[in-house]
Design a protein. Structure first.
Ligand code: CAO
Length: 576
């Protein structure tokens, strides 16, 4: 038996009418519990709305640009009876992610109703965090983490101020980032930061003291606000700044929230996630018209810092705009694609692109237009290799895996990367240096029902053929089941795209930036090959190597594929 449950926006803290900046799923999709469905972004926070249970997405009632608040219904999920016990009764957030049953009010149970004065919300009440109304001259107050929604123990990933700094009301002090949200903690009032009690790596929850500040004495124009402030404890959490104040008021200063948000389709080549950047950095990028997809992040997990963004802009200025601003065509002067009403010519049906297609499309486009690609074609005689492969099939099966030509190719590619290490590099952020990698992580393109994914086999140089076969099977199964983790898709040095199991004689693969080359493999065919004395039937494997001509010259590419063919022609060389 199945039933339908509503999907609602969970407790998202002090935010209201937050724009949906990305829809990650489509109606009809099969969804895992906690899978992210949509991404919301205000000027102070970025957060994902997770599925309350596993099931099939029946309807999705929001699209990019819509604004949502806590409790809003964003769709319906069809779940089996043993699933989705959190089936929403309309009482609020349908979020099973943290296991904290928000709909049952567990969060509020933890801070029972007896001391409303101490509630961060309460102390925020009515002041909007922008008035310094209750603060007397030189008053020192604790700064506490405001209501951050259904999040607990969220790591501090950036400290944006230092002790002694003069801060403005609402200025971001810290950035917190969980796996589902990034949010800035704003200064409750203007003043001077006396002390900071947290550092990067600390974990904080709602109500935690993160520092103390001396508030600027401005007096209050509003007695009510004075009362509100003085009714709170000295240490009560100062008012968190409700960032989306403008739209909440419905005022005409729609500000950034009404502006088209920066789409997250800008991410790097990892299709599982968005580029990590604080809301402040995203806002700055939006103001500068910078596409974060083109910015190299130097922080943990490739996180883009303000310095990275500034460096990116600086390089763009210095190189005459080499870095592209966010614009169709990546800043290239290309004609707009024609908008055609196909229904004029016959029956049509329009379906949304899959999430992966939406994410990888812009990256493929960027790589295609910004990297000068050249493709070198070659053939490898794999007659002996294939005989050995067939002979080792039973061993592979006994080890619970499958020995395909691709496994040998990974091994041979590692040998070629060692011989020609320039293929194992990436261009430095400034475009003026090369980063030489001493490790050998090989990406493999996998065709999945939802689109192309590129999981990475780590340390391929240290693995046996059976190990590689095992990794390949495991990662491609995970890719097809949509279960790859972010880590399993990052850090590749060189990619292989094998269409050999399907067919074709050659193709021109697109380089997976920041890598500098990719090997395309087509179907091996038995061909008559002239040995100098006679034609012999040999199994020939077509190779198509696309390379970044800024880094690699044609002669290098020809040597690389020749070497590869050489190794594949006599697999004993893989041992060398
Ligand atoms: N020549 C001849 N036969 C080949 C071959 C080749 N180059 N490569 C594989 N085969 C054979 C295999 O031996 C296997 O045959 P058996 O079942 O008889 O042993 C069959 O083709 C199917 O192989 P496979 O596809 O299951 O396994 P694989 O290791 O070759 O590839 C994977 C794994 C995940 C890379 C592949 O399934 C895949 O998804 N390929 C598509 C990649 C892609 O889409 N690239 C395009 C990117 S650009 O859009």
């Amino acid at each position: 038996m199945s039933k339908r449950i509503e999907i609602r926006v969970p407790d998202i803290g002090d935010f209201e009418k937050v724009p949906v900046i990305e829809v990650l799923v489509a109606e009809g999709d099969t969804i895992e519990a906690e899978q992210s469905l949509v991404t919301l972004e205000s000027d102070k926070a970025t957060m994902e709305v997770p599925a309350p249970a596993s099931g099939r997405l029946v309807t999705l009632t929001v699209s990019e640009g819509d604004e949502v608040s806590e409790g809003d219904v964003i769709g319906e999920l069809e779940v089996t009876d043993d699933n989705g016990e959190s089936g929403d009764d309309g009482s609020g957030a349908a979020d099973g992610s943290a296991g904290d049953s928000p709909e049952s009010g567990a969060a509020s149970d933890e801070s029972p109703d007896e001391s409303p004065d101490e509630s961060p919300d309460e102390s925020a009440g009515g002041t909007s965090g922008t008035s310094s109304g209750g603060a007397s001259e030189d008053e020192e107050v604790d700064i506490r983490v405001p209501d951050i929604g259904d999040f607990d123990k969220v790591p501090v990933i950036e400290v944006l101020v230092a002790e002694g700094d003069a801060v403005e009301a609402e200025q971001s002090l810290l950035t917190l980032e969980s796996d589902k949200a990034t949010m800035d903690i704003p200064a409750p009032q203007s003043g001077t930061l006396v002390s900071l009690a947290v550092q990067v790596g600390d974990e904080v929850s709602e109500g935690d003291v993160i520092g103390r500040m001396k508030t600027a004495a401005r007096g209050s124009a509003d007695g009510a606000e004075d009362d509100a402030a003085s009714s709170g404890q000295r240490d009560a959490a100062p008012a968190p700044a409700p960032a989306p104040a403008a739209p909440r008021d419905g005022g005409d200063d729609a500000g950034d929230l009404k502006a088209p948000p920066v789409p997250f389709a800008e991410m790097g080549r990892d299709p599982s996630s968005i580029p990590h950047a604080s809301p402040a950095v995203r806002k700055l990028a939006r103001e500068l018209g910078v596409d974060l997809a083109g910015v190299n992040g130097s922080g943990a997990h490739g996180r883009i810092t303000e310095t990275d963004l500034k460096q990116h802009v600086k390089s763009a200025m210095q190189s005459g705009g080499r870095a592209r601003a966010a614009a169709p065509g990546g800043g290239l002067a290309v004609a707009e694609s024609p908008k055609v009403d196909f229904s004029k010519f016959g029956e049509v049906e329009e379906k949304p692109l899959s999430r992966i297609q939406k994410i990888s499309g812009p990256n493929l486009h960027r790589n295609w237009v910004t990297i000068p690609h050249v493709t070198q074609f070659d053939e490898a005689d794999i007659t002996e290799m294939d005989a050995f492969r067939k002979a080792s099939k039973a061993d592979a099966e006994a080890a619970g895996t499958k020995m395909t030509p691709l496994v040998f190719l990974i091994k041979a590619v590692v040998a070629a990367l060692k011989e020609y290490p320039k293929f194992n590099t990436s261009l430095g952020a400034d475009g003026e240096s090369l980063v030489w990698k001493k490790y050998f992580h090989v990406g493999v393109a996998v065709d999945t029902p939802n689109g192309l994914m590129v999981p990475v086999i780590r340390d391929a140089d240290r693995k046996s053929l059976l190990d590689l076969a095992h990794d390949l099977t495991e990662l491609s199964d995970k890719a097809r089941d949509g279960k790859l983790s972010r880590d399993e898709m990052t850090g590749g040095c060189f990619s292989i795209s094998s269409l050999g199991g399907i067919g074709g004689t050659a193709f021109t693969p697109i380089i997976n930036a920041p890598e500098v080359a990719i090997l395309g493999v087509s179907k091996a065919e038995t061909k008559p090959v002239w040995t100098g004395e006679a034609f012999e039937p040999r199994l020939m494997l077509p190779l198509s190597l696309s390379y970044d001509h800024r880094v690699i010259d044609g002669a290098d590419a020809a040597r690389f594929t020749q070497y590869l063919a050489h190794v594949l022609g006599d697999i004993r060389r893989m041992m060398l």
